[in-house]
Write a protein that binds this ligand. Structure first.
Ligand code: NAP
Length: 339
């Protein structure tokens, strides 16, 4: 894999949050970055910042729910910079609501943007990458690719779908002996504009991330790692890794923890009223931002991801030790129990 400074990187959802943080990080290291999303003003703002930091940027306004626009994104990237090294499928929308309160159009839109948008992105990226016989595809999953969260049913479905799709195309590429890496990134909750951008039907309240909340720059750092080190999947944040571990051990227990004392609803609901503005069908005007409004709560680095998750042997050892410890505890029974 080439050093970042020599790479051409395509990023969908580059106008906000993780995509924007990643674009700035790639640009600061000298990559040539192709910025895709629907909000032109925000993308041009990011391009100006990248150029000011010594990188090169090219804006392609794209709705990832439309195949011809995603196909055009790949063509424009190759036309402008000659090839594509890394393609980050990151764009997504969400609605915080019970499925009973969501319209068919809203459900369709979430699947179309989040799941079909990434499927289109992979298909578009594979054209030039297969011709080059090289490349890295990074798909943005979530802890929700393994673990469901209440009030996110269509979003969780899309993230489970992305995990399955990513695993399946990796197999196809391996069967063809095509040297293209496919990585799934799985963050926990983050301080990005995602929750203000999402549509909410939470009794008039604004939605919010469940703590602990990480800064999007922690995910960007992991994405840059994935662009230079072949990995199958990378979980961002110890809390997301623990949720996935517990899910494998006992999904019923995680259900109970999530719903205890109304936590599933309470922790996702802000006291502030919802402003009724969202980006489900059209972008929100403005120049966008990397961060949301939970900056004072945000954890700015992850020891677990940086030093354990990124190294498969360390990760295997940690989770095996934890698993063995938990089984031993369960066998011993509650304190004071006779043997
Ligand atoms: N925030 C979290 O807690 C969290 C946790 C785990 C995983 N993730 C994942 O991380 C990724 C980025 O989320 P984020 O937190 O950075 O959210 P964000 O700040 O809302 O960014 C979402 C991006 O997607 C773009 N987008 C939305 N619909 C689009 C469409 N139809 N076509 C093209 N671009 C579109 C938005 O730009 P425009 O509106 O300009 O098009 C924006 O750039 C998503 O895949 C999300 O599922 C987020």
């Amino acid at each position: 894999m080439k050093p970042i400074a020599e790479q051409v990187v395509v990023i969908t959802g580059a106008s906000s949050g993780i995509g924007r943080a990643s674009a700035l990080a790639f640009g600061a290291k000298g990559a040539r970055v192709v910025l895709a999303a629907r909000n032109r003003d925000a993308l041009e703002h990011v391009a100006t910042q990248i150029e000011a930091s010594g990188g090169q940027a090219h804006v392609v306004v794209t709705d990832v729910a439309e195949w011809p626009q995603v196909e055009r994104l790949a063509e424009q990237a190759v036309q402008r910079f000659g090839h594509i090294d890394t393609w980050l499928n990151n764009a997504a929308v969400n609605e915080h609501a019970s499925v009973l309160d969501m319209t068919i159009e809203e459900l369709d839109r979430i699947i179309q943007v989040n799941l079909m948008g990434q499927i289109y992105g992979v298909k578009a990226a594979l054209g030039p990458m297969r011709r080059q016989r090289s490349g890295t595809i990074i798909n943005m999953g979530s802890a929700a690719s393994n673990r469901a969260v209440p009030l996110h049913s269509a979003y969780v479905a899309s993230k489970h779908g992305i995990a399955g799709f990513t695993d399946s195309i990796r197999l196809d590429l391996m069967r063809e002996e095509m040297p293209i890496t496919v990585t799934l990134i799985q963050p926990g909750f983050l301080d990005t504009p995602f929750f203000h951008n999402a549509r909410a039907k939470l009794g008039g309240h604004q939605s919010r991330p469940i703590p602990p909340i990480y800064a999007p720059e922690v995910v960007a750092e992991t994405i840059l790692f994935a662009a230079t080190h072949p990995r199958r999947n990378l979980v961002v944040g110890g809390q997301a890794a623990m949720a996935i571990f517990l899910e494998k051990l006992s999904p019923g227990l995680v259900d109970k923890l999530m719903l205890a004392r109304g936590a599933g609803f309470r922790l996702q609901t802000e006291n502030t009223p919802d402003d009724g503005v969202d980006n489900l069908f059209a972008p929100i005007p403005g120049t966008g931002a990397v961060r949301g409004t939970w900056g004072n709560e945000a954890i700015v680095s992850s020891f677990y991801t940086r030093h354990i998750e990124c190294y498969p042997n360390r990760k295997r050892m940690l989770w095996a030790a934890l698993g063995i410890g938990l089984v031993a505890l369960a066998r011993r029974g509650p304190p004071g129990a006779s043997r």
